[in-house]
Design a protein around this ligand. Structure first.
Ligand SMILES: NC(=O)c1ccc[n+]([C@@H]2O[C@H](COP(=O)([O-])OP(=O)(O)OC[C@H]3O[C@@H](n4cnc5c(N)ncnc54)[C@H](O)[C@@H]3O)[C@@H](O)[C@H]2O)c1
Length: 341
């Protein structure tokens, strides 16, 4: 892994990925982002930034050849489940079609120059159907939203490309609930988010009054929904490990990777609220509300495969308060900047 393309590198996870690569001593990085939700200030100085769309074949071909790219981390995409219900076409265009165009261009480039190209795709637990137990990668694929469906269709297209193009080396990571901010305070959530912890951050910094707890009658220990929260630094660390692992795959083996990324343990919404209260040193106000349509009681990753395939040593597993703290410190820093002095 020498010359790296990070799509969506101006966004939340992509910006942490760029930092992880720089921290690992990898300096030949190009970020391609259309700044639709990302921000340019998320990209560290010295990193080559190109503003553009991952669906632009000519632009992609130019970047691949000019930068001699050997590894692509594809984070660019549209990520809001509610928006995907309102505008499904946007999601199939951006997440399915643009991903396929980017990957096909990369596969053709690999073939033309007789060169391996590693392609690591950001997928999601939203591809799975409901499960009472931790979900394995083989669990029934039954997305509940156009967002999940758009990612699943992209996965299918990527597998077809990998099957037919031996130079196209495929890794798919299905993320569970990504939270927190860079442990060194260099990055975090740059824009508005819609996840539980982002809502909790808003309450913590005074932008919202109460954290709504949707559903208190789930069959979980305290009745609130349970999720597998994974810290963003640990998540991008898994990407670095996977890319390195993919370099070691023997030529001609055709091995592809499809892995869940979480910690394999769940925390409830009430536990998250309690972790905020502890981190803040004061009560995080909450309000019970009815279940939301489409929400599941419990979503936890089975990470047997992840542990077997990657030499991954997560820093935040089991440390909900630590995860909450990094996100909170970042949110407090951002809120301070926004306030008129
Ligand atoms: N955040 C999560 O909890 C989570 C969970 C599962 C999967 N994912 C996946 O991880 C990836 C990154 O998510 P995120 O939370 O960092 O989102 P984000 O919105 O912060 O980042 C996405 C980035 O991609 C860019 N982008 C979008 N469409 C583009 C296009 N066509 N061309 C170029 N750039 C484009 C945006 O400007 C943004 O900078 C997404 O693919 C998402 O589906 C995220």
């Amino acid at each position: 892994m020498q010359n790296i393309l990070v799509t969506g590198g101006a966004g939340y996870i992509g910006s942490h990925m760029v930092l992880a690569l720089l921290d690992a001593g990898l300096n030949n990085i190009t970020v391609l982002d259309d700044l639709s939700t990302g921000v340019q200030r998320a990209i560290p100085t010295g990193v080559n930034f190109i503003e553009g769309n991952v669906g632009n074949v000519r632009l992609i071909s130019e970047i691949l050849t000019e930068q001699n790219i050997d590894t692509i981390f594809h984070f660019a995409g549209s990520i809001s489940v509610p928006e995907s219900i309102e505008k499904p076409t946007k999601y199939f265009t951006n997440n399915t079609n643009n991903t396929t165009v980017l990957a096909r261009t990369a596969a053709q480039y690999g073939e033309k120059y007789d060169k391996d190209v590693r392609f690591i795709f950001s997928s999601t637990a939203a591809v799975y159907g409901p499960s009472e137990i931790p979900v394995q990668e083989t669990h029934k694929l039954e997305p509940a939203s156009p967002y999940g469906e758009s990612k699943l269709r992209a996965e299918v297209n990527l597998f077809i490309l990998a099957k037919n193009h031996p130079h196209f080396k495929l890794g798919i990571l299905r993320y569970f609930n990504v939270v927190g901010a860079d442990a060194l305070g260099r990055a975090g959530l740059w824009g508005k988010g819609e996840s539980l912890m982002q809502f909790a951050n808003d309450v913590a910094v005074g932008k919202a009054e109460k954290l709504k707890i949707y559903g208190t009658d789930y069959p979980t220990p305290d009745g609130t929904a349970v999720r597998d929260f994974i810290h963003v630094n640990d998540l991008v660390g898994a990407h670095v490990n996977l890319a390195r692992k993919m370099e070691d795959v023997p030529k001609g083996s055709g091995e592809k990777f499809l892995l869940n990324v979480g910690y394999g343990e769940g925390h409830s919404v009430r536990q998250v609220a309690a972790a905020y209260t502890k981190a803040l040193g004061e009560d995080l106000k909450t309000e019970d509300a009815p279940r939301r349509n489409g929400d599941l009681g419990s979503v936890i990753a089975d990470i047997t495969q992840l542990k077997a395939k990657l030499n991954w040593r997560p820093a935040y597993a089991g440390n909900l308060e630590g995860m909450v703290k990094t996100g909170l410190i970042w949110a407090q820093k951002m809120a301070k900047k926004e306030r008129p002095s």
